[in-house]
Design a protein around this ligand. Sequence first.
Ligand code: RP5
Length: 166
Amino acid sequence: MAQVGIVMGSDSDMPVMSKAADILDKLGISYDMRIISAHREPDEFFEYAKSAEEKGYKVIIAGAGMAAHLPGMCAAIFPMPVIGIPMHTTSLGGRDSLYSIVQMPTGIPVATVAINGGANAALLAAKILATSDPDLLAKLKDYTKSLKEAVVAKDQKLQEVGYKNY
Ligand code: RP5
């Protein structure tokens, strides 16, 4: 059974949502990925959200753009954590998506990451799952360590070659 449901409003969201899937793959977390539009196919959306718990999802990562109701409506129905990813948009730069997703009414939270924050959404989902999974927690600690090592290596190179040759 998949632990995480990844859902997006359109295939145009895929470049961002695939970053979330890549991180889950790297951490060995199982997921289902779906394209379901809350606006264009409301019946399919309700079926998805209502069956998410029985499918075994522990977290849903939902990405959408513009009047982005998909994450909030997932949170209205699914009783476990929902992480929202606001998509960048050409007309309003993603502020429309961000405000639509983050400004939830009291009682129905959506943990909202940055505009186009696909990777961080998956890391947040992994951290939620890691609260009851010591092996996953160890993998996340290794991942964080690798981030630090990458910065240290970049600084080391800068010190060796100077900024003009970097
Ligand atoms: C939203 O509308 C989707 O999540 C997408 O970000 C945006 C545009 O969708 P398309 O017109 O590209 O299908 O529902």
